[in-house]
Design a protein around this ligand. Structure first.
Ligand code: NAP
Length: 210
C-alpha cells in the first residue's frame, strides 16, 4: 500500500514510518527542513515543504492510498493556543478530497470531551500538564473537521507515548474512551497500520492504550 505520513520525524510518526517499512508499504513523508528530510529512513520518498502549504501537501499525496497525520507542536508546546494541527488537517482533507483519496488516520489525544478520563482531565492535567489544554483544544477542532468531512477517517486518541519495547497488545475502546495512561510508540503505530490495512474504525474516534 502507498502511505503518506505527516509528522514523520516525531516520536509517534517515526515509529509509524519504521513499522510501515517493515510491513512492506511504500512510504512518503513531508519534511519542512533538510534536517528533517535527512532523518527519513532509506527507501522513503521525501517531499520538501510545510504541512500548512496546500501545494506541498498536494505533492506529498501524489498517488497515495492512505494518509496518517501525526503532526505535533513539539512535546506539550508552549501552552499557548496553536492551530497547526487543525489548520494542517483542513489542508490535508481538502487535498485528499480533490484527489479522491479516502482513508485518513489522525493522531488525537485522550482527555477530549467524551473520552472519559475524568481523573486525567480534572486532576492530572491541572497538576502535572498545564500546557496540555491548548493541544486538546486543537484536537477538538481537528476531530470536528474529520466529522464534517466525507472521508473514511479515524481519530486515534492516544495517551502518553513511551519509547520502550512493544508490549504487543493494545486495549481499544471503539467509542473513543480512554483505556489507560500510556502506550508504546510501536504498539500505537501497529494499531494505526492495522486499522488502515483492515479498514476498521471508520468515521470514529477510538481510544487506545497498553
Ligand atoms: N508524544 C506523546 O506522548 C503524545 C501523546 C498523545 C498524543 N500525542 C499527539 O501525537 C501527535 C504527535 O506527537 P509527537 O510527540 O510524536 O510529535 P512531535 O515529536 O512534536 O513531532 C511533531 C512532528 O510534526 C512535524 N511538523 C510540525 N509542524 C510541521 C509543519 N508545519 N509542517 C510539516 N511538519 C510539521 C515535525 O516535523 P519537524 O521534523 O520539522 O519538526 C514532527 O515530525 C501530536 O498531535 C500529539 O498531541 C502525542
Amino acid at each position: 500500500m502507498k502511505l503518506v505520513v505527516f509528522g514523520s520525524t516525531g516520536m509517534g510518526g517515526s515509529a509509524v514510518v519504521a513499522k510501515a517499512l517493515e510491513r512492506g508499504h511504500d512510504v512518503t513523508v513531508l519534511a519542512r527542513s533538510q534536517t528533517s528530510a535527512d532523518k527519513a529512513p532509506h527507501g522513503v520518498r521525501v517531499v520538501r515543504g510545510d504541512a500548512l502549504d496546500p501545494a506541498a501537501v498536494e505533492r506529498t499525496l501524489d498517488g497515495t492510498d492512505a494518509v496518517i497525520q501525526y503532526l505535533g507542536v513539539g512535546g506539550l508546546g508552549d501552552g499557548k493556543p496553536n492551530d497547526l494541527v487543525p489548520d494542517a488537517t483542513r489542508v490535508i482533507i481538502e487535498k485528499m478530497r480533490e484527489r479522491g483519496i479516502e482513508r485518513l488516520v489522525c493522531a488525537s489525544n485522550m482527555g477530549l470531551p467524551g473520552s472519559g478520563a475524568v481523573l486525567f482531565r480534572r486532576v492530572l492535567v491541572p497538576l502535572f500538564a498545564r500546557r496540555l489544554p491548548p493541544i486538546l483544544d486543537a484536537k477538538v477542532a481537528m476531530e470536528a473537521q474529520l466529522e464534517a468531512s466525507e472521508l473514511a477517517w479515524t481519530a486515534v486518541r492516544l495517551p502518553a507515548l513511551k519509547a520502550v519495547s512493544d508490549k504487543g497488545t493494545v486495549k481499544v475502546d471503539a467509542s473513543g474512551r480512554a483505556t489507560g495512561y500510556s502506550i508504546t510508540c510501536g504498539d500505537a503505530a501497529d494499531f494505526m497500520l492495522d486499522i488502515i490495512e483492515r479498514s476498521q474504525h471508520l468515521r470514529a474516534a477510538v481510544g487506545i492504550a497498553n
